[in-house]
Design a protein around this ligand. Sequence first.
Ligand SMILES: Cc1cc2nc3c(=O)[nH]c(=O)nc-3n(C[C@H](O)[C@H](O)[C@H](O)COP(=O)(O)OP(=O)(O)OC[C@H]3O[C@@H](n4cnc5c(N)ncnc54)[C@H](O)[C@@H]3O)c2cc1C
Length: 394
Amino acid sequence: MASTNGGASPFLIAGGGIGGLVTAYALARQGFPVRLFEQSSEFREVGAGIQLGPNVFRVLEKIGLKEEVLADAHRPPAQEMRDALTGKLITRIPLGDQFFKRFGQPYAVTHRADIHGTFLKACQGSNLITLETNRRVDAYEDRGDHVSVSLNNGEIATGRALIGCDGMWSKVRERVVGDGKPRVSGHIAYRAVLKRKDVPEDLWRPDVVLWAGPRTHFVHYPLRRGELYNLVAVFHSDHYEEGWDAEGSKELLWEHFKGEMPQVLRMLERINTWRMWVLCDREPVKNWSQGNVTLLGDAAHPMLQYLAQGACMATEDAVVLADEVAATPDDLPTAFQRYQQARYLRTGRVQIMARVYGEFYHARGVTAELRDLALGGRTPQQSYDGVAWLYGGP
Ligand SMILES: Cc1cc2nc3c(=O)[nH]c(=O)nc-3n(C[C@H](O)[C@H](O)[C@H](O)COP(=O)(O)OP(=O)(O)OC[C@H]3O[C@@H](n4cnc5c(N)ncnc54)[C@H](O)[C@@H]3O)c2cc1C
């Protein structure tokens, strides 16, 4: 089950999602051994797309994984927002040369399994990283000079520190922050991936297209060098089911999208099985570290997906964390405090702004009109100015 190992006392990581794997890799690149525990029986990501802003490529370049991630990705020429009831174009933001010139990095969309697979392969290629599946972190004790972690197989693992990369329902967070369950947003996302041949030719678009409707939105874009097509349909609902990736009812979806443009409905019709996510987030906090234990990614700052940044933020976290650890390797509590100090306002802003964008996408009546006026009048440079705080970082 374990693949490789390093020499000195390792960093222990709970969770092998995008955040856990990239953290393991970033630490190993700085020469630190890592033991990573994933509760599932294999390392895998759900079949869905993910958007990657230029900010993530800046940090991926730093750890040498930018080209690998781009190799499987699709580079959309533009992001477009349309009214789902009238079809009217609200705004079109170019993502080509002009965008690259402004931010110095590209915009891309990829399959979650592809970026996760790139991080997994990078970890497997490091003799400092031990990857273990079927290992759930159930509890931990910080003993000052080391941390001991209780695993579901009865083992007590010891290491220099514990990094909780265990996602939205983090066990490690329960202890470090203790702020209960995530906030249920009242929004539900249905996701599906089609093969390109299954997308009607007149509906296939190379761009990221968002159809904004009253209390709904629908996004589509190509994946995997254009071989696949990603669909995400979001609507307001009180339905609540804990966890991710349940099968979604088609009737519920149709109820919310009826009356929208034929391009939206024809695309929705193509899908037989939808996977459903009940979208949650949390209030931002400024302290997610305690002694030799810290949090990263969704465990630290879970956010709604409306800015398409959760995985990007986890990747930024990983690179900042590894740099801070390398700066004071013999004082991890200080390194963890500096890491969260560098991160909490940026990630908190994304948590808050993601909610605002969600309201914008789902606006009705006068609010929708105001949105259309505000966005429609912008030049590309003004649109870039609006996201410079995010894409210009970290
Ligand atoms: C609909 C939707 C669309 C999105 N779109 C985008 C996008 O376009 N761009 C973007 O950047 N982000 C996007 N995101 C957000 C992104 O998916 C998440 O922010 C990101 O995957 C978080 O990664 P993570 O590693 O922190 O957590 P997770 O991916 O949740 O990984 C946590 C891992 O820890 C494991 N685990 C949990 N508990 C334990 C335990 N006790 N012991 C051991 N292992 C454990 C889990 O099995 C899992 O493998 C989207 C999210 C949603 C829901």
